[in-house]
Each structure stands twice: as structure tokens, then as C-alpha cells.
Ligand binder design. Sequence first.
Ligand code: MTE
Ligand code: MO
Length: 556
Amino acid sequence: MSDPTASPTQPSIPVPEPPAPEPPLPAPSGRHAALSGVVAAAAALATGELVAALLPGAPSPVSAVGAAVIDLAPPGTKEVVVGLLGQWDKPVLQVLVAAVVLGAGALIGLAARRSDVPASVGIGALGIVGALAGLRQADAQSTLVVLSAILQGGVGMQTLLILRAWATPRGEPSASGASATDGVRRRFLARAGVVALASVGGFSIGRAILGARADGAAAVVSGGDGTTPGATGAPGTAHVIPQAVDPAASPSPDDAFALDGISPLVTPNEDFYQIDTALVTPAVNLDTWQLRIHGMVEREVTLTFDELVAMPLVERYVTIACVSNEVGGRLIGNARWTGVRLTDVLELAGVRDGATQIVPRSVDGWTAGFPTAWVTAPERERDALIAVAMNGEPLPARHGFPARLIVPGLYGYVSATKWLSDIELTTLEAFDAYWVPRGWAKEAPILTQSRIDTPREGASVPAGTVAIGGVAWAPDRGISRVEVALDDGPWQDAILAGAIGPQTWVQWKLAADLAVGRHTIRVRATDGTGTVQEDRFTPPDPDGARGHHAIAVNVI
Ligand SMILES: Nc1nc2c(c(=O)[nH]1)N[C@H]1C(S)=C(S)[C@@H](COP(=O)(O)O)O[C@H]1N2
Ligand SMILES: [Mo]
């Protein structure tokens, strides 16, 4: 029972010669103490992630803190961060949050070498920050958030105490003190390694479950391409997207060029850019999802998913773009959206006079806002959609399952609300949507832009005829002309592919004879109203990037 070799912490053999100087109370080395704190922090993070995965209503603390950072970041930060990191902004932010917690763990571990008090205070403070961030999340249930924080703190503290005991050298009977310490160190490192691995494993499993939950939610509905409606065998009620009464005509072969490197006319869902503030893709349960239309309306209306898709479904090809898209950037895509006309839903509720702003809100509390007149003006009336399908598939989770807004001609941040749950009619003066107080324009029509897709910037191309091509867009004004300038030469007309409609981008191409050497290629578009794309450069902030896309190529 008390085999001293198996239980080194309980020496049963008396130490014959205690060292002469009174030793300080045994304590782990600084390095081991810090490592204990880091591993304990990892265990706490894993606990938070696993609880979030198992209990909807207890948000992931890493995501919640990241979301709070995004929300509280000063205006202009998004611009800089998206510019630096592109679509990696959120993974990087989450890694940073985790790194800060692990760093705090190291300090707590050091502080806990001889007393439990500083560790309790540190862990308590981390728990409070995590809980406060969690409570800000739309899907948070306060009791669960608090219980989860307590559990994380408990796991963190216990892990720390256990590791500290493992790291603490005891008076082992040994001729050579050095080798006894070595034994403690090896055992400690091995055990700490196991706990660390278990924490990383638990964290990853939690993450995987959270991701799968969002994808699984999106799999509960089927149909949507207008041709193959059907029910699924998924548990719960099967939800079906019926055929569109007003399907979109398929693009004709003349609408797309067979040119290597040009953006496809229709962007596949898996290649579609993604921008949002949600650190974890909201997982919406279709059985309980509702869309509420309220505010300055005659009567408040609440629709279930089945009630929504029972309304006439239409299909539109619409190009959507992010205001953060730089000149030449890729935060833009074109898809076939199936959905209910926004105006049909507004009519159910009856928009009152004076309701000058439409404020859509997502399940996670994000808001957009745009003038009511933008969608009710006669020439636009048929086109703003509450979309439920994208390129013939139910909306993918990351693109807003189960329903999102698509408003032709407006940048995403003022309009294209994903995970839509609520539409409020109000006035333009009464409410500023999410990005407006953060310095972005209140009203944001998509600016006329054009992009060179091929050749790529800096490419080396063989001398002779070079095929240049790309896309141009001005939703919902359409594109009437695209011109290309080689070096400082005159503008030459590019050939335009057929346009699906004024709401989508258009491909363009030009064959140019280029001599050996370095050349610049520049493009500009003219919209359907005859207005030429501006050449004055502006940054995306506050209302979209202006200026011509130009690239340099080496002809060899
Ligand atoms: N709920 C929610 N919807 C949102 C956002 C968001 O942060 N949250 N971002 C908007 C922005 S800024 C853009 S550009 C588009 C991008 O849509 P996508 O990710 O499907 O391409 O979604 C919009 N809808
Ligand atoms: Mo955006």
C-alpha cells in the first residue's frame, strides 16, 4: 500500500542527515510553476469549450471574449485588421485571446508557488472577464454562463494545485540531490505533458462539436434549387424549400468567357468570401427559428421558416460586396439567391408612414440598416430578398442559415444580414446599425468598380498576344462599358460578356500585344447610368474604396 518507490510523495524512510541550513518551504522552480499555470489555463479553456459544445446557452469563452474585443475595438480597427489579415482575422484573434489566457496562467502559476491566494484572485478575475463576455452573447443563458465560469475556474485551480504538488521537490532519500530533482522534473514534465495534451484534445473536440452543430443545423432543410425540393430524414421536423415561382434564367454561354484565371460568373458557395463579426457561426434550430417584423408597422408579424418559404419564392442573381474590399480585392461574389421578396414580407406587416429605415437584426444581435426607400422604390421593388438558398443549396451556415437579406446595390454591412431573426421599421434618425458608430458610412451603395483577374500582379507572361480579363460591377446600376489602358496609352474598349442583369458583375476581356519588358495594365468601368468609375483613390473607410485597379506584368 505504501510502496515508497510508487509514492514518492510519502517518504517512509527517515532522512538520515538533514541539510544543515534550514531549507525554505519546498516550492516548484519558477519554470515549473509557470508551466503549471499555463497547463492549468489550458485545462480551464478546454473546459469552457467542452461546456459550450455540450450546452447551447453557455457560449465559448474564447469566442465570447474575442467578440467583445471586436465590439469594443475603436473605429477603424476592422479596416486595419481585415487589411492585414484578410479572412484570417478571426482565427488570429481567437489564438491571441487563448495566448493571453495562457500567458496569464503563467503569471498565476508563478504567483501560486507558495500561496493559494494570488492564484485564486487571478483565476477569479479571468473567470469574471469570461463570464461578462459570455453574457454579452445573444444566445447566452446567464445561469449557464456563470456555472460554466465557476466550473472553468474550479478546473483551473484544481489543475494548478495538482501540478504544483507534482512539481514540488520533496525530501527524497538520495545520495545525490541533483538526481532526485531530475526525477521530480522528469515526472512533472511527463504528467504536465499528459494534462496539456488532454486539454488541447478537449479544446479541439469542443471546437469541432461547435462547428458541426452549425453545419448540422444547415443540413435540416433541403430543396431550394427550384428543381429538386424534398424532405430530409434529419431528426425533428423536415423543412422543405419549395420551388421558386419566379426562377432565374440560367446564364447563357455568352455570359461567361472561357479565359484561364477569370473569376467564374457565379461564385461557388465554397469559394464565396465570408465576412462577419461572429466568432462561432450561429447554429440556428429551424424548429424554433422565427422572423419577427415589428416597429413602425400596422401589425407585428412573426413567421416560422415554413411560413416564410410558403410565400412566393423568387430567384435572383445578385453580386454582393464588402465595403472593406480594397481596389482589386476579393471580398465580392456573385450567387443565385432564392428567397421571399422583402417587400412581400413588409406588406404583411404594413409599413407605417415615416418609417424611413429598415433595421434587420441577426440571432447574435448584429444589426444593419438602410433606407426603406431603397427597397420600396418602384424600380427596385422586386429585388431585395430574404434569401433561404444560395446557388441551389439551403444557405450554408457561414452564409447565414436559415435566412439572410440580399439587397442589390448595397454593401453587405448595411444590408446583407445573415442569421436573420428580426426586421424593425424605424426612422433613419432613431437608430445607427452596428458599423455606423464605428465610423462607417450610414448609407452605403456599392461603388462602381472593376478588377483585373488575369494576368496576376507581378506575373511573367510570354511575349505576343496577352489575354487580359476580369470582372466589373455596379449593382444595381449595371455595367455599360469597360476600358483598359496599357502603360500610359489611351483607354481601349474591352469586350463585355453578356450581363445576367444590372445586379451582377460582368466579365470583360481584351487581347493585347505586349512587347518584352515591364508593362502596367489599368482598368476602369462605366456604369449603366453612364457614370465613369472614379480614378481618385480612397481607402475603404468610410464608404468604399475608389480608384482604378492597375497591375504590373513582366513580358518575357
Ligand atoms: N449577422 C451578420 N450578418 C452580416 C455580417 C455580420 O457581421 N453579422 N456582416 C455583413 C458584411 S460586412 C458583409 S460584407 C456580408 C458578407 O456576407 P458573406 O459572408 O455571406 O459573404 O454579410 C453581412 N451580414
Ligand atoms: Mo462587409
